[in-house]
Design a protein around this ligand. Structure first.
Ligand code: URA
Length: 435
């Protein structure tokens, strides 16, 4: 193919035919198009955009660049949730076992941290022995037997996205609505889902900084998911403050278990229950969102999802005894230090971006692709906007590798909090439902 003229056409704002898109995805995946030319096309797409037909063709070509999971016929619907990413966003962890207990099959193919946002696989890697890299046959077998799996994409699943994503990351072309849509949906469509709920985040620590950009991304993904045969809905959620009270890989696993034991923070509980409730409605297992919420709450209260979590851990090779011993400890990092309120006050702001940057910089995230993550570092006991804190009470606690690192982190974390003498009204967590 003449890839140069295809780049030039897109540069001039022309429409690419589905066959051209299929061909360049095939050729690029096979290593026949150099990275510099693909990067040039991505930049042309970033500026010129793709129309609906082009975005559909790109998504399907990327899905078909590798294996699509094929599940046996079963009355349990195949469902999943995808979040565009944030700080403290651990919803997938308690949600997968909850959905399995609600009679779904959940082939949750997840990713690693991107930028300052945490990744589900990095969180799970903090569990002793837990394996996140599974072959397709094992993924299918575990979904059929246990009801849920949380693992990474195999080498053979959506290889086009793996290559294109790395180029986007290195060429400043990540924040394109059509490229994000194709990237996310190609992976989700490769799971052969019946229904998908998308958590599209907006705010200072999200990819989409404004609600209107998040809405546009959500609308694009919902329309395309439905067109491709997966019942798709999106919720727009606030990512200005962290979700829950803990951020950092192991600390988030700990908080997820608390959520499964109904002892977790309210915002995390709300998002887990609502994500499950939407999927119950989308698959017609419940007639209304209110009825579905009650079904999901009752299921969580029954304790079955907590047991299902252990079952999933064992199925994926975790050492349950070592996991429970780790869970029993207040902290596993070498050093902890608390940030205390200097006077009695209400929290008016808790900036998720600053908290995410601090965690990344103390080793909880990656500064380069080669960075080794320290799973035990992070921030917990986070006071949230709208809450009252008395003088000398904790605003947050940092888990660090040594005292110098902890002190530097505390000085930066101080700037994440704004306080006021009066209680401020807080905005809701879930702003809109699309689809
Ligand atoms: N997550 C993805 O998988 N792809 C994107 O492009 C952005 C977020």
């Amino acid at each position: 193919m003449n890839f140069l003229s295809l780049i030039e056409n897109k540069r001039e704002g022309k429409i690419l035919a589905p066959e051209q898109i299929q061909e360049f995805i095939r050729e690029f995946t096979a290593g026949k198009i150099p990275d510099y030319q693909m990067a040039a096309l991505l930049m042309a797409i970033y500026f010129r955009g793709l129309n609906t037909a082009e975005t559909t063709a790109l998504t399907l070509a990327m899905r078909d660049s590798g294996d699509v999971l094929k599940f046996p016929k079963d009355k349990r619907p195949l469902v999943d949730k995808h979040s565009t990413g944030g700080i403290g966003d651990k919803v997938s962890l308690p949600l997968a076992p909850l959905l399995a207990c609600l009679g779904f099959r959940v082939p949750m193919i997840s990713g690693r941290g991107l930028g300052i946002t945490g990744g589900t696989l990095d969180k799970l890697d903090s569990i002793p022995g837990f394996k996140t890299l599974l072959p397709a046959q094992k993924i299918i077998a575990q979904v059929q037997k246990v009801g849920c799996v949380i693992c990474g994409q195999t080498d053979k699943m959506v290889p086009a996205d793996k290559k294109i994503y790395a180029l986007r990351d290195a060429s400043g072309t990540v924040p394109s609505i059509q490229l994000i849509t194709a990237s996310i949906l190609s992976k989700k469509l490769a799971e052969s889902l019946d229904a998908l709920i998308l958590d599209v985040k907006f705010g200072c620590a999200a990819f989409m900084q404004t609600k209107s950009d998040a809405r546009e991304l959500a609308k694009t993904m919902v329309a395309l998911g439905n067109k491709c045969g997966t019942n798709t809905r999106a919720i727009l959620t606030d990512m200005n403050a962290p979700l829950g009270r803990a951020a950092g890989n192991w600390l988030e696993v700990k908080e997820s278990v608390e959520c499964l034991e109904n002892k977790g923070p309210n915002d995390l509980h709300e998002l887990v229950i609502d994500s499950a409730a939407h999927l119950l409605v989308q698959t017609k297992k419940s007639k209304s969102l209110a009825a579905a919420r009650k079904v999901a709450e009752d299921c969580l209260n029954s304790g079955a999802p907590r047991k299902k979590w252990d079952e999933m851990l064992i199925a994926q090779g975790a050492d349950l005894k070592a996991f429970n011993q780790k869970l029993a400890r207040d902290f596993t990092a070498p050093f902890v230090l608390e940030l205390k309120a200097e006077k009695s006050c209400y929290v008016s702001k808790c900036d998720a971006r600053i908290i995410g940057e601090v965690i990344r910089d103390i080793g909880g995230g990656r500064l380069t692709k080669e960075s080794q993550i320290n799973f035990d570092v992070g921030v917990d006991k986070i006071a949230k906007p709208g809450e009252r804190v008395e003088k000398s009470e904790t605003l947050c606690r940092v888990h660090a590798t040594d005292s110098t690192q902890a002190k530097t982190a505390i000085a930066r974390l101080k700037t994440a909090f704004e306080i006021s003498a009066r209680k401020i009204s807080t905005s809701p967590l879930i702003h809109e439902i699309i689809g």
